[in-house]
Write a protein that binds this ligand. Structure first.
Ligand code: ZN
Length: 318
């Protein structure tokens, strides 16, 4: 992976922060993240437990802070959130909290020219950047920078952990490229419940069609369903996917529509879109989440991928 401006900034931060290190209790500093993906990266880098407000299956677009979340946020030494309007219902609260506490939106650091536009809002961006490992690698650098700046005592540990984690991210990107290249070109169409896979499609040459659009709160119109059925039938695409954090009603409508036109379409599996798998499982890490998606997509659309994924750890397969 090439050195980005973020890496250079990070190295300067690490050097500067090695000088001053405040003491924390035996349990270490309290770090709270909004999404599981951010918490996972922060935990990997620091070796500390990191609290994630949103668990498996939760939808960040509609998530609003609970009373217990507010208590956790108020006690945190550092709050990491995504930004790019992902946490639409929490944004005001987090911006308010940021006035007098370390509260950092880590995806906001991405260069604007690497971001996709948001189809519903002219001045906003598609927030689903964790779907492209090369982009997420930049966010991981920003998470490392935010941690090292705010909690300088952790800087040496982070400086040690970061290169190894980046190597794993690069290996995941290579695996993804390899198994998706085995999918027949006409089947490289990913239809899923909401439009979370735009960066994924851009990175790996897949056309992506979301039934609902970028956020999860608009109902799919019947004409949109009909349009997608025509596309799936014309391309003879064998499978569509459900998402763990979104209702699968509309996906089932596609299958019925295709059947009415004599095309057998099946559910190729459940993809992790906006939340990771069960806590404590491989799919409950960002590396496992992406591996699960890529492996499921490749196998369902006629490509070649090992059933248990990149490193033989997937428990669930399509
Ligand atoms: Zn989403």
């Amino acid at each position: 992976m090439t050195q980005s401006f973020l890496t250079r900034r990070l190295m300067m931060t690490l050097m500067a922060s090695a000088v001053t290190a405040p003491a924390f209790g035996a349990t270490g500093p309290t770090i709270v993240a909004t999404t599981g993906m951010i918490a996972d990266a922060a935990a990997r880098l620091t070796g500390l437990p990191v609290t994630s407000l949103m668990g498996p299956g939760m939808d960040p677009h509609g998530y609003r802070q609970t009373r217990s979340d507010i208590a956790k946020l108020a006690r945190a030494d550092l709050v990491l959130w995504h930004g790019l309007y992902l946490e639409a219902q929490m944004e005001e609260f987090l911006l308010h909290l940021a006035r007098n506490r370390p509260v950092i939106a880590v995806a906001e650091a991405l260069p604007r020219d690497r971001l996709r536009g948001h189809e519903d809002y002219a001045n906003r961006f598609d927030p689903h950047v964790w779907m492209d490992p090369t982009l997420w690698a930049l966010v991981v650098e920003e998470i490392a920078r935010a941690l090292s700046t705010t909690l300088p005592g952790l800087a040496p540990q982070i400086a040690t952990a970061l290169p190894g984690y980046q190597t794993e991210i690069a290996a995941l990107d290579r695996y993804t490229r390899e198994v998706l290249a085995s999918v027949p070109p006409e089947a490289r169409l990913l239809v899923s419940a909401h439009d979370a896979f735009g960066y994924f499609g851009r990175a790996y040459g897949f056309e992506v069609q979301g039934i609902q659009g970028l956020s999860t709160n608009s109902e799919a119109g019947l004409s949109r369903i009909a349009e997608l059925v025509d596309l799936l039938v014309a391309r003879r695409v064998p499978a569509v996917f459900v998402e763990t954090s979104v209702s699968d009603r509309a996906v089932r409508a596609l299958i019925e529509g295709a059947a009415a036109k004599g095309h057998s379409l099946r559910i190729g599996g459940a993809l992790y879109s906006d939340a990771m798998g069960p806590e404590g499982s491989y799919e409950g890490t960002w590396l496992g989440m992406i591996d699960a998606n890529v492996t499921t997509i490749a196998r369902a659309l006629g490509g070649q991928a090992p059933e248990a994924g990149r490193i033989g750890q997937l428990e669930r397969s399509a």
